[in-house]
Design a protein around this ligand. Structure first.
Ligand code: NI
Length: 168
């Protein structure tokens, strides 16, 4: 019988930076080195997203101001390095939340369909299209790389009047 080889994989789960921290407002830096460190960052971000039960995470949210994003809306992990939106079509308003803005959900108007150009962890370029919830995730996460949070774009409705009283 062969030897039993025990493989130990060490992953880090990051703390999520919360709104108010200036790193969330900075323009993240383009990735130029496609090395082991980038691979580890992507792995750790994916693990953090899973633990936090998020559908997307941008590097500034874990305190690293680089243009790196992970997304998983239920159809598998998507890694985006230096992503840009090439094309956008339509408009859709839907509720959004963010791991960096805990406890808040607001409707946000987003393009219903987008085409994104990005690189993988090895620096290979690719193009990906997404609609609906995936298109929303692309736009939300790419906004993070430019210091934009969903609350900046949120359609914050007026306080609802119930039986003549303002509900706070
Ligand atoms: Ni977010």
């Amino acid at each position: 019988m062969g030897k039993l080889i025990k493989r130990v994989i060490i992953v880090t789960v990051f703390n999520i930076v919360q709104i108010g921290d200036e790193i969330l407002r900075a323009k993240a830096v383009e990735v130029k080195r496609f090395n082991e460190n980038l691979g580890r960052l992507l792995d750790d971000m994916a693990e953090t997203m899973k633990v936090e039960e998020g559908v997307g995470l941008a590097a500034p949210q874990v305190g690293i101001s680089k243009r790196v994003v992970v997304i998983d809306v239920g159809d598998g992990l998507i890694e985006l390095v230096n992503p840009i939106i090439l094309e956008a079509k339509g408009e859709e308003i839907d509720e959004e939340g963010c791991l960096s803005v805990r406890g808040e959900q607001w409707p946000v108007a987003r393009a219903a369909w987008v085409k994104v150009a990005a690189m993988d962890r090895h620096g290979n370029k690719f193009v990906k299209e997404g609609e609906g919830f995936l298109a929303r995730a692309f736009q939300h996460e790419i906004d993070h790389l430019d210091g934009i949070l969903f609350v900046d774009k949120a359609i914050k409705t007026k306080p609802v009047k119930i039986k003549g009283k303002i509900k706070k």
